[in-house]
Structures are given as structure tokens and as C-alpha cells.
Design a protein around this ligand. Structure first.
Ligand code: ATR
Length: 296
């Protein structure tokens, strides 16, 4: 029987994962199928109970299940336990599942790749990172950057969450992590938006842009990254570029668009599922073709 893989999320509107995996499975000649499992939070327990009998072998886990799925997993990696979220699940036989986190690896790869292109230097040690948001994605990215020796300033609308994140990570790493005020204009080397601001502010006009699109603030950074990409948001003026990315580009600041992290976390996920390297170029081309041809 074909092995079933898929994206577990809710709601799922315009996921880009199936095109990447369909292309990868085909070129690798794998007897596997990638689906979308749109499961609301209250259905998660039932879904996990049926997963083995339904031949589900691997899951890409997205919002809102990244933390909630952990109690259903027999094993997790140390990364998952530190971050508090998983985005990759593998069936390990005997009715047991294993949870990993490839988000942090994907983010790190995207940042290093950009720096390498920019100046040939990929060492992030002692870089100052301003991280917007304190949800699961932010925690994964902070984990990656602290591990690489960068110092992180977290700004979150709800300060208790950024404070908790700073406390959770402070003891784990030598690099510093601090919670900063949400709208403070303290800058650094790398700015990363992990908030769902664009999703929650559809149709926002130029004069309603948030503080982090302030031009003087942006100008101070070497690199600006936004993990959002157009997955159906009707306020994106460009298929890939959020208003933050466009503003940074206008200021001649190097940028990283959201599909880069999406690609690299998927490439890492593939390795765990199949124990062999992913066909990166095939996945990249499939993703870019889908983005270029989609009019949301
Ligand atoms: P993810 O797993 O992708 O990080 P999440 O856990 O839902 O998603 O986190 C969403 C983040 O976006 C949070 O940091 C949230 O801030 P709060 O902790 O204050 O809720 C942030 N966020 C969402 N909408 C926002 C908005 N309109 N302005 C600022 N931050 C916002």
C-alpha cells in the first residue's frame, strides 16, 4: 500500500507543501503520496488515534498543532523539548510516533545562504538579531540563532510571552537573549518578522503599516527576513513580498522572503522521512513555479 504523508494543519487554504513533495516523490520514484489533513484542534486526538490504521507514515505539522501534538508522540528530540514545538512527525512502528523540529534548521539555512551570497561570510556569532513575535516559529528561530552564537532581542505584542522565551532560553545558551518592548526602535544586524501580522491585517494601507516597517528603523539592518509568504493573503502586493520586504528593498537592505525557510525545513523533513537527501532543486523549482503561477 502507498505510504501516506501529509500536512496536518487548520485551516488549510493554499498550502505550497504538496507541490514540493509531489515533485520530490516523483523524481525519487517513491511509492508515497502527500495529502492535506485539515484537522481542527478538537479533532486532533481522533486523527492521531486513526493515523496508524490509515497508514500515515509522516506528517508536516503546522498551526495550530505544533505544540498540541506533542502529547501524542512517544518520542521527541531535545530540540523539540527546548523549543516546545514540533513540525515533523515520523511513524516509528509499534503504534508510536517520533517528533522532530526542522523549522529551526530551515531558518538557519535560509539565513546562512543569504549571508553567503551577500558577502561569502556565514558566521552568525555575535550578530544582533531583532526577532518580532514569540510564538512557535519565533522560538524555533531564536533557538537556531542562539545556538549559532547570535544575540537575540525579542519583541512581542504580549510581553509576558517574550519574557518567558528569554527566561526559557537564557540558561541554555551563552549568547544573550532579552525581551524588548514591542514598539521600541532598538535595531541590530538582522530583523526577522515571525508574527502573523499580515494574516491578521488583510488589506492594510500604506499609512497603517506597523512600526517595524519604519524606514529609519529598517535602514540600520544588514538583512531583513519575513517568514510570511503569500498563502492566500490578499494584501500582498507581490506574490512573495510582504510590505516589510518591499520597504527593506526600497532601503537597499538585503532580504529573505518566507518561502526560503519553507523550502529548507521541507528538505530537512524529507531526510528524516526517507533517510536520504532530498532533491532540493526539484523541490525549489516546483515551489517557485507554483508561486509564480498562482493568483490568489
Ligand atoms: P507561529 O507558530 O507561526 O509563531 P503563533 O504561535 O500563533 O504562530 O504566534 C503568532 C505570533 O504573532 C505571536 O507572537 C503574536 O503575538 P501575541 O503573542 O501578542 O499574540 C503575533 N501576532 C499576531 N498578530 C499580531 C498583530 N496583529 N500584531 C502584532 N503581533 C501579532
Amino acid at each position: 500500500m502507498k505510504k501516506r504523508y501529509g500536512l496536518l494543519a487548520h485551516p488549510v487554504k493554499h498550502s505550497l507543501s504538496p507541490v514540493m513533495y509531489d515533485a520530490a516523490f516523483e523524481v525519487m520514484g517513491l511509492d508515497a503520496h502527500y495529502e492535506v489533513f485539515d484537522v481542527p484542534p478538537e479533532g486532533l486526538g481522533e486523527f492521531m488515534k486513526r493515523a496508524v490504521s490509515e497508514n500515515i507514515t509522516g506528517l508536516s505539522v503546522s498551526l495550530p498543532h505544533k505544540e498540541a501534538i506533542i502529547p501524542y508522540l512517544k518520542y521527541t528530540t531535545a530540540d523539540v523539548r527546548a523549543i516546545g514545538a514540533t513540525n515533523t512527525v515520523v511513524y516509528c512502528g509499534n503504534n508510536e510516533f517520533f517528533g522532530l523540529n526542522t523549522d529551526y534548521k530551515g531558518a538557519l539555512k535560509a539565513i546562512k545562504e543569504r549571508y553567503k551570497k551577500l558577502c561569502g561570510r556565514v558566521n552568525l556569532k555575535d550578530k544582533i538579531v531583532v526577532l518580532l513575535g514569540a510564538g512557535g516559529s519565533s522560538r524555533a528561530i531564536a533557538y537556531a540563532l542562539l545556538k549559532a552564537g547570535a544575540h537575540v532581542w525579542v519583541k512581542n505584542r504580549t510581553k509576558e510571552k517574550s519574557l518567558k522565551m528569554a527566561v526559557d532560553f537564557a540558561e541554555m545558551f551563552r549568547a544573550e537573549i532579552h525581551a524588548d518592548d514591542w514598539e521600541s526602535l532598538n535595531t541590530g544586524d538582522i530583523l526577522i518578522n515571525t508574527t502573523s501580522f499580515w494574516l491578521n491585517n488583510k488589506g492594510i494601507s500604506e499609512d497603517e503599516l506597523p512600526f517595524f516597517c519604519n524606514r529609519e528603523f529598517l535602514r540600520e539592518f544588514e538583512v531583513v527576513m519575513d517568514i510570511s509568504y503569500n498563502n492566500g493573503m490578499d494584501n500582498f502586493p507581490h506574490p512573495l513580498k510582504t510590505p516589510l520586504i518591499l520597504a527593506a528593498e526600497e532601503e537597499r537592505v538585503a532580504t529573505i522572503t518566507g518561502e526560503k525557510m519553507l523550502l529548507h525545513q521541507a528538505v530537512e523533513q524529507f531526510k528524516y522521512w526517507f533517510d536520504e537527501p532530498a532533491p532540493v532543486w526539484v523541490m525549489k523549482e516546483a515551489l517557485e513555479a507554483k508561486l509564480a503561477s498562482t493568483h490568489f
